[in-house]
Design a protein around this ligand. Structure first.
Ligand code: AP5
Ligand code: MG
Length: 187
């Protein structure tokens, strides 16, 4: 199974990853988590990415692509039953780079799950969470960046026949069940 979780900040991608890993045995590559780990470790890469994250802007392409390449390399060695990407790709350039990478190893994506949640619910969720970038101003910019750069990927993947829309409101368990109905046949 090779899937992408697509959706606005706060749409619940990270929340559902454990259940997906447990059921399908996939490994996860979450660029936001990887970037936060670099910031916490005080690496050069983390120092470069931090101002973008604090502002709710996308981190530079080369940093993020390097992480994905490393992640895929590790996955190839550990041999899980595929992978799930959370928070990547986030614009057209990243989506095309991912297509190229996966074509090179002969392992194209087989599903893209789009978590559909309205912005009012998102702002409520994120203000209630309190991560470093969960203040009102940054949330607003993350949503603006999402709308401008990431949302066009819904159409991009729909045209490839890969997109499955998941209603992202309701209980965490209800959403998990909706995910299973679109992934169980992938195996
Ligand atoms: P990233 O870490 O990806 O954050 P994000 O996109 O802002 O998304 P979130 O993690 O906030 O949302 P989520 O969908 O995972 O929701 P969650 O499950 O946590 O990126 C952070 C930054 O890193 C970016 O702004 C950028 O700077 C940089 N970055 C990352 N990837 C990049 C890339 N590819 N290229 C360039 N830059 C990149 O849920 C949110 C909250 O809602 C939680 O509190 C949760 O408990 C709650 N919740 C979840 N489900 C429900 C539910 N059903 N009902 C009620 N509450 C719920
Ligand atoms: Mg997340």
């Amino acid at each position: 199974m090779r899937i992408v979780l697509l959706g606005a900040p706060g749409s619940g991608k990270g929340t559902q990853t454990d259940a997906i890993i447990a059921r399908y045995g996939v490994a996860t590559v979450a660029t936001g988590d990887l970037l936060r780990a670099e910031v916490a470790a005080g690496t050069e890469l983390g120092r470069r990415a931090k101002p973008y994250m604090d502002a709710g802007e996308l981190a530079p392409f080369d940093i993020v692509l390097g992480m994905i390449e490393n992640g895929l390399k590790t996955l190839a060695q550990t041999n899980p039953k595929g992978f799930m990407m959370d928070g990547f790709p986030r614009d057209l350039a990243q989506a095309e780079a991912l297509d190229t990478l996966l074509a090179r190893i002969g392992q194209p994506l087989n599903r893209v799950l789009f978590f559909d949640v309205d912005y009012e619910e998102i702002v409520k969720r994120l203000l209630g969470r309190g991560r470093a970038d969960d203040n009102e101003e940054t949330i607003r910019n993350r949503l603006r960046v999402y709308e401008e750069k990431t949302a066009p990927l819904i159409d991009y993947y729909d045209r490839k026949g890969l997109l499955r829309k998941i209603k992202g409101t309701g209980t965490i368990d209800e959403i998990r069940q909706r995910i299973e109905t679109v992934l169980d046949d992938v195996g």
